[in-house]
Design a protein. Structure first.
Lengths: 618, 705
C-alpha cells in the first residue's frame, strides 16, 4: 500500500516536473540578470488564463457588485463550465441583450449556467505519512492535554487537500493555482493553501512527523516561484500582485532542522534567492538613507474576493486615481497578512485613528517584513555555507548586515524601548503596540552583545503596555476598531513570534515571561476547544478560552496555524503543563472535588433547613 | 455536561423541599454556594490586584469608544422610520438609564476580568465565581466604587435592577448568552410555531367558543406592562442608538458589530439566499449594589402601579405632560372633554423621533405621553387617552368643588384619584380575569411587609416573559362592530355578518395611520369590548410575527421575546415549572404533558433537541389555561409579582396628605364607569374584560354620573 502510494507520488512528481518545464518554457523570464532592477513583477509572467475571469474585468465586477452571495469569496472560488473565452463572449451577449443592466435574476441564471459550485477542485486527502501516535504525544504528561494533542493530530486529516486530475488537465477552468503536491489548508472559508499560514502549519506537521507532507508543501511554493517569481498570498489566481510575509526560507530552515536534510536546503537555494531578490526589488523604499521594504501590491482594481466591500470603502474617494490608490492600500494590507488593522491607518493628524479609508500600508515601514527579509538573507547565507559557497555566503551575510543596520537605525526606538513601524508620510515612528514590534527578537535581528539591554527595555515596554493583563493572550493592537487584526483579537502566529522571540533573548526574566505566555496560550486554547471542539483562526485577549470576531467575515474554525502553534508548544512544554501550573487539563479532578464539596454543603443545608434558607435568600 | 445535570438536580431538590415552607406567592430561590477552597483562593488576591482588575475592565470599555466612533462615521446607527426604529421605541432608554447602565457595564467588565484571569484558569466555574463576587465589594478607593456609591445614593430617577426569581442563567455565569450552537435560533422557533391565520381562526372557533374574554384583556395587559416593566436597550457611550443589521435587513459585516448586538437572524436558504436580520440590542444593565457580580438588567419603570406611562417616569417627563393650568394634562383639545385626544409630540417639545417610527414625514400623527410606547398600537393609544381624559375630568370636578386650589394641588389630587381608580380596575377587575378569581383573591390578601424588607422590584421573569402573554391574544385586525349608519353601539352585540376592519394591526405599530378622532376612538373602544380575544397559545397572529423567508416588513414579537429572555439570563421553562407547580423534578418531555396540550408539545419536541432547552416564554404561552387567561407557570409568575405590587401599594401610599378622603369620594368608580365617563359610548358591559352577555349585562352610560 505505502509502496504503491510512493510510486504514485513519484509518477505525479514526474508529470509535474514536465508540466513545470512546459510552463517555464511558455513564460520563461531570466531572473538571474545582472541588473537587479530589471527584475520587476510583470503581469505577463502571471499568465494564468483563468485570471481574465477571476482577477479583473466586467464579468467579475458585474457579478460581484450584484451581491449574489453572502461571502464575496464564494463566486471567485467557483469553477467554470466553459472555457474563459467562451464564458466572456456569452457574458458580453447577455450584457448587450440586457442593455448592460442585467437583473439579479439574469445574473443568477448566468452563474448557474456557467459556473459550478466552489471547492470541487480540491478533494479531501488523508496525508499518506500521517501517523496516529506521533512522538510529541509522549512528551505530554496530562491525560486530557494528551487526548487533545491526539485530536489536533487527527485534524490534519480533515485539512488535507489534493487537487483533482481535471485541474491538471484544464487549469483555465479554475481559479486555483495548480501545484504538484497535496496541501494542508487553514480551514473554514480558506479552502486553498496560504503562504504565511503554511509556516506554522509546516512546523506543526514536522512535530507530527509528517515530513513528506511538509516537504510537499514547500516544493509547491518553490514550483510557484519558478513559474511566476513570487508566492501569491494564497493558492488562487486572483491573489495576483500580492504576496504575504516571506517565510518560504523559514519553512526550508524548519524542514532542515527537523530532518537534517541539508541537501534539501542547498537544492532550494536558487529558488530561495530568487524569491528574496524578487521580493526585495518589488517592495523596496529609501528611508533615512537605508534601503528597507514595505508591503506593496502591484495589481489593479479591488480585491476580487472582496470586490464589493472594496468598492464600497472606495466610495470615500472621488477620482479614479484615488480609488485605485485605495485598492492598492487594501491589497498591500492583505499582503502584510494583517488585513485589516489600525496598524496601517494614518489619518490627517498622523495618528492611527480612522477606518479603512485611512489605510496607508505602502507608507509604513514594517518591523516584521524587514526582520523577515533579514532572516531570509541570514538563512540563505547559512545554506550557502553548508554548500561551501563562500562567495555567496559572504554576499548574503552582507545583505543581512545592511538590513540589520536599517532596522537598527530606522526601526529601533530608544525612547519606546522597542522597535516601531515607521511612518514615511509624517517621517516619524508609530508608537502603537503590535506584536510584530518584537519580531526582531524572533529572528535575532539585533546585536547579540546588546541582549541584556534589549531584554530589560523590551520587558519594560511590555509592562508599560500592560500586555500581561490579558487572560486570552497578547492582543494584536490596543485599539478596538472592529477590524480583525485589532483589539481584542489574538492570533496564534503573533503569539508564536512574541513568545519565541522572548525565549531567544534567553535572559531569566524574558524566559520566564515567554514560558508563562506559552502555557497560558495552550490552556486558553484548550478551554476554547473543550467548549465547542473547535480550533479557531483567532482568539480573544479579554477571554480565557474565547474566540475572536470583527473584520469582514465571521470567525473561522479549523485551523491550520492555531493547530501548528499548539502542537509545537505541547511538544515543547508538555511536561510542564501537567501539575502545579494551575488548571489546563489538570482541572478535571479538581472539578469533581468541587462538585462533591457543593453536594456536601447542600446536604448540610437541607438538614439545617429553615435557618440556613433565610441566609440564602439574603 | 454531567456536572450541569448534577447541579441542576441539586437545585431541584433544594427548590422542592423549600417550596413547602412558603406560601405559593413566595418562590424559593436557591443560591450557588462558594466552596472554602475558592473562597480562600480569591480572598488571597491583594488589594492592588483587585484594583488592577477593575482598571482592566475600564480600559476595555474605553477601547470600545473607538469602535463606536467608527460605527457612527459609517452611519451604523438606527435610522428614522426603519424597523429598528420601531423596536427602539419599545425599548427606549432615557439619559439616566444610560448612565446607570454604563456604570453597571464597568462593574460587569471588571467582574469578567476577574472571572477570566482568576476563576477560569483555576477551573472555578462561572456560577461559583459569580457567587463569590456578588459578595465582594468593589475595591476601596477605586474611582468605580465612588462612582457606584454616588449613583446608589442618588434618586436614579426611580429605575432599578429587575429582580430574579431564579439565578441568572448564562453560559459563563455572568453575561454570555447561550447561542445558536446550543439552542435553536429564536426566529426559527417563531416560524416553526406559526400557524396560518385561517387555521388559527378555525381552531379558535372550534375550541374556544366558550371563551368570553374581549380584547380589553390584552389591551389592559399591555397598559399594565407599560407601567411596571420597561427593559431598555443599551446605547453607545454618547447616547446614540445601536444598530445590528444593515439597511437591507441583512447581517452587518462583523467589523460593524457592536459588542451589545445580538441580532435576530434567519437561516439563509438556497444558493443565493441571505440571512435576514432584525435588530436586537442587549438590554441596559443596572447597578444592583457596589459589589462585583453578573449582569442585572435595568427596569426603566417603577415597581408599582402609578400610571407613570401616562404621567411620565421622571419629574422632567411629567412637566412635559402638564399644562400648569387648572391641574390639567396636555391634550389635543377638540372642544368638549370627551373629544380630547392625547397631545401631539409637537406640543411637548419632543425634538427627536422618540415616539413614532415615521421617517421623513414629520407632520404625521404622533401622540405623546409619559412613555415612548404610547403609539405602540391603537389599543394603547385608546387606553392612554381614557386615562388622560379621566385626569382632566377629575381636575375639572375638583376645581368646581375647590375653586381656591392651585394648579399644583389640583394636578396632584386628580393624579392621586386617577391612579387609585386605575389600581382598582387592575387589581380587582383585570387581575381576576387573568389569574382566576381564587388566585387574585390570594394576591389581594398579601399583607404589608415588615418595613425592614427591601422594596420588591419587578421580576425579570415577569418583565420579559409572563407579562408578554397578551401578544398571542391580539388578532390581525380589529373589526368594526358598530353599525355603519349610526353610533348607537349599545344594541350591536351581535357580530355583523361582514364586518369591516377598523385597522390592520401591523400597519399601525408605532405609525399611527388612522385618522384619529374622538369618534374613531369610540369605535375602537366599542369594538374592543365586543371582539373576542384570541386564546393565549403559541400561535401569534401573522401581523406580529414574521414567518416568511423574505425580507421582513415588520418585527417578530415572539422571536424578540425569546431573544430577550436569553439576553436577560432567564432559566429555561422547566426550572420555573418545577418551582411553580411543585411537581418535583422535571425529568423529561412527559412531565410537560400535564401542562401543555399535545399538539403544542409535539411542535416543541421538533424544535428543541431537549426539554431542558425550552425557553420560558415558549413554554409559558403554550400552557393550558387554568381558571383565568394564562397557564400554571405564567399564573405563578404573575401572581408572585402582583402580590409584590400589592405590598408596595400598601407600603408606599405616596399620596398628598389631603387626598385620603378624596379617594373615598371616588370609591364608586370601576372599569365600566371609567369607560362611560370618558367616552361617548352609550353603554359598557359590567365586566369590561368580557364580551357582553346575559351574565355580563350592559350598563347604560347615561345613568353613570
Amino acid at each position: 500500500m505505502t509502496r504503491l502510494g510512493l510510486v504514485a507520488i513519484q509518477l505525479l512528481l514526474l508529470i509535474w516536473s514536465c508540466l513545470g518545464a512546459l510552463s517555464q518554457a511558455k513564460s520563461l523570464i531570466d531572473y538571474r540578470v545582472d541588473n537587479e532592477n530589471a527584475i520587476a513583477k510583470d503581469v505577463e509572467t502571471y499568465n494564468f488564463e483563468s485570471c481574465q475571469i477571476y482577477c479583473y474585468g466586467e464579468l467579475l465586477k458585474t457579478i460581484q457588485m450584484a451581491k449574489l452571495f453572502e461571502d464575496s469569496k464564494t463566486f471567485v472560488d467557483m469553477k467554470l463550465k466553459q472555457a474563459p473565452a467562451k464564458t466572456l463572449e456569452d457574458f458580453e451577449l447577455l450584457m448587450e441583450s440586457k442593455n448592460r443592466t442585467p437583473s439579479r435574476e439574469d445574473l443568477q441564471k448566468f452563474v448557474d449556467d456557467y459556473f459550478s459550485p466552489k471547492g470541487t477542485e480540491l478533494e479531501l486527502w488523508t496525508p499518506t505519512d500521517w501517523t496516529a501516535n506521533p512522538s510529541f504525544l509522549d512528551r505530554i504528561t496530562d491525560p486530557d492535554l494528551k487526548q487533545w494533542g491526539q485530536e489536533l493530530n487527527n485534524i490534519w486529516k480533515d485539512l488535507g487537500r489534493k487537487m483533482n486530475d481535471d485541474v491538471l488537465k484544464n487549469p483555465e477552468y479554475y481559479s486555483i493555482i495548480p501545484v504538484p503536491n497535496p496541501v494542508i489548508i487553514p480551514g473554514g472559508r480558506f479552502i486553498e493553501f496560504y503562504y504565511w499560514d503554511s509556516y506554522w502549519i509546516i512546523r506543526g506537521l514536522l512535530h507530527s512527523e509528517m515530513q513528506d507532507t511538509a516537504r510537499g508543501m514547500i516544493e509547491n511554493f518553490m514550483s510557484i516561484v519558478q513559474r511566476i517569481g513570487f508566492i501569491p498570498n494564497g493558492g488562487r489566481v486572483y491573489y495576483w500582485g500580492r504576496s504575504q510575509p516571506p517565510l518560504l526560507t523559514g519553512m526550508v530552515k524548519s524542514y532542515v532542522d527537523f530532518t537534517n536534510d541539508d541537501l534539501f536546503a542547498i537544492n532550494a537555494l536558487e529558488v530561495l534567492e530568487h524569491e528574496f531578490e524578487y521580493f526585495v526589488n518589488n517592495h523596496s523604499v529609501q528611508v533615512k538613507g537605508h534601503n528597507l521594504a514595505v508591503y506593496r501590491d502591484s495589481s489593479t482594481g479591488p480585491r476580487p474576493e472582496s470586490y464589493r466591500e472594496d468598492v464600497e470603502t472606495a466610495e470615500n474617494f472621488d477620482t479614479p486615481e484615488a480609488k485605485e490608490d485605495h485598492y492598492s492600500e487594501l491589497k498591500s494590507a492583505a499582503e502584510s497578512g494583517m488585513d485589516f488593522s489600525s496598524r496601517w491607518f494614518i489619518n490627517e493628524n498622523g495618528t492611527n485613528v480612522g477606518n479603512l479609508s485611512h489605510l496607508r500600508t505602502r507608507s509604513i515601514v514594517p518591523v516584521d517584513l524587514n526582520s523577515f527579509l533579514y532572516w531570509n538573507a541570514k538563512l540563505i547565507a547559512e545554506f550557502h555555507a553548508k554548500a561551501g559557497n563562500v562567495d555567496k555566503m559572504t554576499e548574503y551575510e552582507k545583505k543581512a548586515q545592511t538590513l540589520l543596520q536599517g532596522i537598527q537605525d530606522v526601526l529601533w526606538n530608544e525612547e519606546a524601548g522597542c522597535w516601531l513601524d515607521y511612518d514615511m508620510i509624517n517621517e516619524k515612528p508609530r508608537d502603537y503596540f503590535v506584536p510584530t514590534n518584537l519580531a526582531p527578537l524572533f529572528v535575532k535581528a539585533y546585536n547579540i552583545s546588546d541582549t541584556e539591554k534589549i531584554s530589560a527595555s523590551v520587558l519594560s515596554y511590555i509592562e508599560k503596555n500592560k500586555l500581561d493583563t490579558f487572560p486570552g493572550g497578547v492582543p494584536n493592537t490596543l485599539y478596538h476598531t472592529g477590524e480583525q487584526w485589532d483589539f481584542p483579537n489574538v492570533w496564534a502566529p503573533m503569539q508564536y513570534i512574541v513568545v519565541e522571540g522572548l525565549a531567544n533573548l534567553n535572559t531569566p526574566a524574558a524566559k520566564e515571561l515567554s514560558k508563562k505566555w506559552a502555557l497560558r496560550w495552550v490552556k486558553s486554547n484548550f478551554k476554547a476547544y473543550t467548549d465547542n471542539f473547535h480550533m479557531y483562526e483567532k482568539y480573544n485577549a479579554e477571554e480565557f478560552g474565547g474566540h475572536g470576531g470583527g473584520g469582514e467575515y465571521g470567525v473561522q474554525t479549523g485551523f491550520g496555524w492555531s493547530n501548528g502553534v499548539i502542537i509545537e508548544w505541547l511538544s515543547k512544554h508538555g511536561r510542564e503543563l501537567s501539575e502545579g501550573s494551575g488548571g489546563g487539563g489538570a482541572g478535571t479532578t479538581k472539578r469533581l472535588i468541587s462538585v462533591v464539596g457543593v453536594a456536601a454543603v447542600t446536604i448540610v443545608a437541607l438538614i439545617a433547613g429553615r435557618v440556613l434558607w433565610k441566609s440564602w435568600f439574603k | 455536561m454531567f456536572l450541569n445535570i448534577y447541579l441542576c438536580m441539586l437545585t431541584v431538590v433544594i427548590a422542592t423541599s423549600a417550596s413547602s415552607l412558603t406560601n405559593r406567592l413566595e418562590l424559593p430561590h436557591p443560591r450557588e454556594v462558594v466552596s472554602p477552597d475558592v473562597q480562600a483562593l480569591l480572598d488571597g488576591l491583594s488589594t492592588q490586584k483587585w484594583q488592577e482588575l477593575v482598571s482592566s475592565g475600564l480600559d476595555s470599555i474605553n477601547r470600545q469608544k473607538r469602535l463606536e466612533e467608527n460605527l457612527l462615521s459609517s452611519e451604523i446607527t438606527v435610522r428614522n422610520g426603519s424597523l429598528s426604529h420601531v423596536q427602539l421605541l419599545d425599548t427606549l432608554p432615557n439619559r439616566a438609564s444610560n448612565e446607570d447602565s454604563e456604570i453597571a457595564l464597568k462593574i460587569l467588565k471588571s467582574s469578567l476580568f476577574v472571572y477570566n484571569t482568576q476563576c477560569l484558569p483555576h477551573d472555578i466555574g462561572g456560577e461559583e465565581c459569580r457567587a463569590y463576587l456578588e459578595n465582594k465589594p468593589l475595591p476601596e478607593g477605586s474611582g468605580l466604587r465612588s462612582e457606584c456609591l454616588k449613583l446608589l445614593k442618588s434618586k436614579r430617577e426611580g429605575h432599578h435592577a429587575f429582580r430574579r426569581l431564579l439565578d441568572a442563567h448564562y453560559k459563563n455565569g455572568f453575561y454570555e448568552t447561550f447561542t445558536e450552537d446550543r439552542l435553536p435560533a429564536p426566529w426559527s422557533i417563531s416560524v416553526a410555531l406559526y400557524e396560518a391565520d385561517n387555521i388559527q381562526k378555525a381552531k379558535q372557533a372550534r375550541d374556544h367558543a366558550d371563551v368570553n374574554l374581549n380584547l380589553g384583556i390584552a389591551q389592559w395587559a399591555q397598559f399594565v406592562e407599560h407601567d411596571l416593566s420597561k427593559p431598555v436597550s443599551q446605547s453607545m457611550s454618547n447616547g446614540s442608538p445601536i444598530e445590528c443589521c444593515n439597511r437591507d435587513q441583512n447581517k452587518l459585516q462583523p467589523r460593524h458589530n457592536h459588542p451589545a448586538c445580538a441580532p435576530i437572524v434567519s437561516q439563509a436558504s438556497g444558493r443565493y439566499g441571505r440571512a435576514n436580520c432584525l435588530n436586537y440590542v442587549r438590554s441596559a444593565l443596572a447597578v444592583a449594589d457596589c459589589n462585583f457580580g453578573g449582569a442585572e438588567q435595568l427596569n426603566q419603570a417603577t415597581g408599582y402601579l402609578d400610571l407613570s406611562q401616562l404621567y411620565g417616569f421622571t419629574p422632567a417627563a411629567e412637566r412635559k405632560m402638564r399644562t400648569f393650568v387648572r391641574g390639567n394634562l396636555k391634550s389635543t383639545s377638540n372642544g368638549a372633554h370627551l373629544n380630547d385626544l392625547l397631545p401631539m409630540t409637537s406640543d411637548t417639545d419632543d425634538k427627536g423621533h422618540s415616539f413614532c417610527a415615521w421617517g421623513a414625514s414629520a407632520n404625521a400623527t404622533c401622540f405623546a405621553a409619559g412613555d415612548s410606547r404610547v403609539n405602540s398600537n391603537p389599543y394603547s393609544i385608546l387606553v392612554y387617552t381614557i386615562f388622560m381624559r379621566n385626569h382632566n375630568r377629575l381636575a375639572a370636578e375638583l376645581m368646581e368643588r375647590y375653586p381656591s386650589w392651585s394648579d399644583e394641588k389640583l394636578f396632584q389630587s386628580a393624579k392621586a384619584v386617577n391612579v387609585d381608580i386605575y389600581r382598582r380596575v387592575i387589581m380587582r377587575e383585570w387581575l381576576p380575569e387573568v389569574l382566576g378569581s381564587q388566585l387574585a383573591t390570594e394576591v389581594l390578601a398579601t399583607h404589608q411587609p415588615s418595613s425592614r424588607q427591601s422594596t420588591p422590584e419587578i421580576s425579570n421573569e415577569f418583565g420579559v416573559a409572563a407579562s408578554r402573554f397578551y401578544f398571542s391574544m391580539l388578532p390581525n385586525e380589529l373589526h368594526n362592530l358598530a353599525k355603519n349608519d349610526d353610533d348607537n353601539y349599545v344594541r350591536n352585540t351581535v357580530t355583523p355578518t361582514a364586518p369591516t376592519d377598523l385597522f390592520v394591526l401591523k400597519d399601525q405599530i408605532y405609525r399611527p395611520r388612522i385618522q384619529y378622532t374622538a369618534k374613531k376612538l369610540d369605535q375602537i373602544l366599542h369594538s374592543v369590548l365586543n371582539q373576542r380575544a384570541l386564546k393565549m397559545d403559541s400561535s401569534y397572529a401573522g401581523g406580529v410575527v414574521w414567518h416568511e423567508n423574505t425580507k421582513p416588513g415588520h418585527a417578530d414579537i415572539l422571536a424578540f421575546d425569546i431573544q430577550r429572555g436569553r439576553d436577560h439570563g432567564l432559566q429555561p421553562y422547566c426550572k420555573y415549572l418545577e418551582v411553580c407547580s411543585q411537581i418535583g423534578p422535571v425529568t423529561g418531555w412527559s412531565d410537560f404533558e400535564k401542562f401543555i396540550p399535545r399538539n403544542a408539545l409535539d411542535k416543541m419536541k421538533n424544535i428543541y433537541s431537549s426539554w431542558t432547552e425550552v425557553d420560558l416564554i415558549v413554554g409559558g404561552i403554550a400552557e393550558r389555561t387554568v381558571n383565568g387567561t394564562v397557564g400554571a407557570t405564567f399564573g405563578c409568575i404573575l401572581s408572585e409579582q402582583f402580590a409584590k405590587v400589592h405590598q408596595r401599594h400598601l407600603q408606599e401610599p405616596a399620596l398628598p396628605p389631603w387626598s385620603a378622603s378624596l379617594l373615598e369620594d371616588y370609591r364608586y368608580m370601576n372599569g365600566s364607569k371609567l369607560l362611560c365617563l370618558n367616552s361617548e359610548l352609550r353603554a359598557t358591559p359590567q365586566n369590561i374584560f368580557q364580551l357582553p352577555s346575559a351574565s355580563n349585562q350592559l350598563i347604560d352610560c347615561d345613568n353613570v354620573v
